[in-house]
Design a protein around this ligand. Structure first.
Ligand code: UGA
Ligand code: MN
Length: 243
């Protein structure tokens, strides 16, 4: 059964670079389908072009953040995209497992091999999250016994987006499951929407959560490029380079 990777992305100077790095990681994984969903009304052509180059099966979709959230100080980043991915799964997938992979994070290949066998929901540690440097399920005597995270915020599931995967058939059996537009509570809200789900049913990967196989990394923001002086460079390679 396939592994569906749901990646939210948005147009910015780093976009194609991020997608290139993630894409060549995913290229090592057999039987994968990549849902790349842009927070935009129109696809960025440079992104479509790069997705074709990378050469793994993909779908390039768009799902703009609703306008009412755009003026918020803290925006619900990647939520419209992920919900669009979930709609696609409902319409097109019948089995397998899906995973929300942000475009800027870092993934050890081992986690993809492990998450593929998720029966309902699986979880594992994520490195570089908040002041604790780590977000992880706490495992005691082989059982899930709480969560370690620098910010609990009253959440039932204080986990990072990079730290869990979901079985498609299990998801399809939860017709109301979706991600809320609630900054900080996206993971928690989505996992709660999968209820009923008992803690004993959560599968603990990465050697019972003793290894870090995913990292919540962040890329330094780059300045948007300045305008090209067309009078000076018209007819040169620079015009194409800056497409
Ligand atoms: C953290 C979480 O890991 C995200 O899953 C969560 O959506 C976000 O915080 C949040 O709470 O808002 P962080 O690294 O802070 O993520 O955020 P970004 O990496 O900037 O954004 C998360 C994903 O959404 C990325 O894949 C990014 O490409 C995408 N995004 C970001 C959009 O689609 N639109 C935006 O305007 C910003
Ligand atoms: Mn990020």
């Amino acid at each position: 059964p396939p592994l569906y990777i749901i990646t939210p992305t948005y147009k910015r100077p780093e976009q194609v670079a991020e997608i290139t790095r993630l894409g060549y990681t995913l290229k090592h994984i057999p039987n994968i389908f990549w849902l790349v969903i842009e927070d935009a009304t129109l696809q960025t052509p440079q992104l479509t072009r790069q997705l074709k180059r990378i050469g793994i099966p993909f779908e390039h979709l768009t799902a703009p953040m609703p306008n009412k959230f755009k003026k918020n100080k803290v925006k619900p980043r990647g939520v419209s995209n992920r919900n669009r991915g979930l709609d696609w799964i409902r319409a097109n997938a019948t089995d397998g497992v899906f995973y929300f992979a942000d475009d800027d994070n870092t993934y050890d290949l081992q986690i993809f091999h492990e998450m593929r066998y998720t029966k309902k929901v699986s979880m594992w540690p994520v490195g570089l999250v908040t002041k604790y440097g780590l977000s992880s399920p706490i495992v005691r005597k082989g059982k899930l016994d709480g969560f370690y995270d620098g910010w609990i915020g009253g959440r039932k599931y204080p986990v990072d987006m990079a730290g869990f995967a979901v079985n498609v058939q299990f998801f399809l059996s939860r017709p109301k499951a979706e991600m809320p537009y609630k900054p900080g509570y996206e993971e928690d809200g989505f996992l709660k929407s999968l209820a009923p789900l008992n803690n004993t049913e959560i599968e603990l990967l990465a050697s019972q959560c003793t290894e870090v196989l995913t990292w919540h990394t962040q890329t330094k923001k780059n300045q948007p490029a300045s305008n090209l002086d067309l009078k000076k460079y018209n007819g040169t390679n620079l015009v194409k380079l800056r497409d």
